[in-house]
Every structure is written in C-alpha cells, then in structure tokens.
Design a binder for this molecule. Structure first.
Ligand code: FES
Length: 280
C-alpha cells in the first residue's frame, strides 16, 4: 500500500499528489512513469513522474481527470492509499546517458503543453542540477491553467509561458513562440516536446522544417506497462514500437501521430459508459 502524503488541486482540472513510494523514488529517472491502481479491482492508470525526492522516498504525480478512474482519483486525499504504485517504468530520457560535457555544449529547448508541463519539469530540474541552462516554453489555454510556474522559473534558464487566449505571457500557441525564438537568432540543437498529441504533432511539423531534432514523450492507452499486451503500440519510423518499454520518448520526426491519435480514440465508448456508471 502506498500512502498519499499530499493531495492538492493545482488548477481547474489538474491535481497533484505526493506519494510515499521509496523504492520508486530511489530508482526513477527523468522521462519515466508509474502505473497506479486505486484498489484491487481498479483500472491501471499510467502517470508520468513529475518530481521525486530520493531522501524522503516520495514521488510527485500530476494528473488530469480524463476518464472514470482518474475522476475517482480526484477524490483521494492525504492519508488515503494506492493499492499499487508500480515503477519506475519505461526508459529514462536519453540525455541522462550523454556525455555531460557534450550535453553542456548544446542549446536545448523544452516545450510543454497543459499537464505536459509535469513530465517536462523533472527533466528541466535535472538539467539545472547538472549546470545546464535550458529554454522552456509552457503553453496552456488560459493563465489559470498554467501549472508549476514557480518551479519552472527556478529551474529554467529562460522560461516562456504562453496562453492561447493571450491572458498571460506570449499570446498564442507554443509553435508561434518557437518560431519567434528562432527568428530572434536562437539556434537549438534539440527540442523536447511533451503534451497533448496534437500539440506534439504540430511542434514536430515545425521543428522538422526548422531542422531541429525533436524528442517527444508519447502517452497512448496503456494496460500492463511491461510490453505484453500491445495496447500502447505506435508506429515510429514505419516500425511498431511499444511506448511502455521502447519509450515513452521517441524521435518526434518519425512518429506517426495520426495513427496514434486514432488509437487514442478507440475506447471512447467504453470510457463514456464507465463515466455514466460513476455518475449513477
Ligand atoms: Fe501493454 Fe505497453 S502497455 S505493451
């Protein structure tokens, strides 16, 4: 059993929890995720790791209620327990294996969209801890939906918030901010984009044009998280890959986003039924 130490609402429809999970906290790296289960019969829910404290033995998760299980999860509070908290799963971000001196020479751009700011944060924090200043663009629909602002301000070399409605920061999509930064003379060696698939698709279309190698973190439907069920399969460079064991990070210029988005819609009917049952 895994105790929730803190549960709070970060923004409308975005929630944060600190969970006591010492083994996961000891071994996890940026880029990895966990699969949680609320109770014995509960659905397995994949969640990216937003932060970890190895000494305290805690993991921070940030999530958005998108279906029946995550909606139920919003009712959990400090002192409650998860039945399972499996992880760390997936491969860590590739840069943690890179030669640090080589990495320091690169100009790196992170782009996060909505709740995608959560998995971006541990990567930006890792960079900061290793003496690397990176540029970070975080986009959301409105100012109220921007999360982890203080943390991003503290960890990023340059932090650029963007809002679709222009209520704060750069007015417009993250892609227009990327274009602006490049026009201003920034030459990025790599872009790491995490957020809704549609955002990652358009970031990749742009960075391909701008010839900036781009890594994305894919969030397809997952079941077992161990490469056995095939639920999370994606087409990357014409080959079938499993996000849970081959990813979740991939070369964004090789991902077939249209296929991935189509697969993401596959269980909408079942999900709708589960939501109706929850409301009964
Ligand atoms: Fe089952 Fe990836 S979640 S193979």
């Amino acid at each position: 059993m895994y105790k929730i130490l803190k549960a709070e609402k970060l923004a409308a429809n975005i929630y944060l929890m600190d969970v006591e999970a010492p083994r996961v906290a000891r071994h996890c790296e940026p880029g990895q995720f966990v699969i949680v289960k609320m109770d014995e019969k509960g659905e397995r829910i994949p969640l990216t790791i937003c932060d970890y404290d190895r000494e305290a033995g805690t993991i921070t998760i940030v999530f958005q209620p998108v279906g029946a299980s995550t909606t139920k999860m919003t009712e959990m509070k400090a002192g409650d327990y998860f039945r399972d908290f499996t992880g760390p799963l997936g491969c860590p971000s590739e840069f943690i294996h890179e030669d640090l001196e080589e990495l320091k020479k690169k100009k790196i751009l992170f782009v996060g969209g909505g709740v995608g700011a959560a998995p971006v944060y541990p990567q930006v924090k890792w960079m900061k801890e290793h003496g690397i200043d990176v540029d970070v663009i975080i986009g959301s629909k409105t100012k109220d939906l921007l999360i982890l602002e203080d943390q991003m301000e503290a960890a990023a070399g340059n932090y650029y918030p963007c809002t679709d409605d222009g209520s704060y920061g750069h007015a417009g999509m993250v892609t227009t901010k990327i274009e602006q930064l490049v026009e201003e003379g920034n030459k990025y060696d790599v872009c790491i984009a995490i957020g809704p698939m549609i955002m990652m698709k358009f970031v990749c279309l742009l960075t391909k044009k701008l010839e900036i190698p781009t890594v994305v973190s894919m969030n397809p439907i997952m079941v077992d998280g161990t490469g056995m069920c095939g639920a999370c399969r994606l087409i990357v460079g014409g080959e079938v890959k499993f996000a849970c064991v081959d990813g979740p990070e991939f070369d964004g210029h090789l991902v077939d986003f249209d296929n991935a988005m189509k697969r993401q819609q596959m269980y909408k009917t079942q999900e709708g039924r589960a939501m109706l049952k929850l409301q009964e």
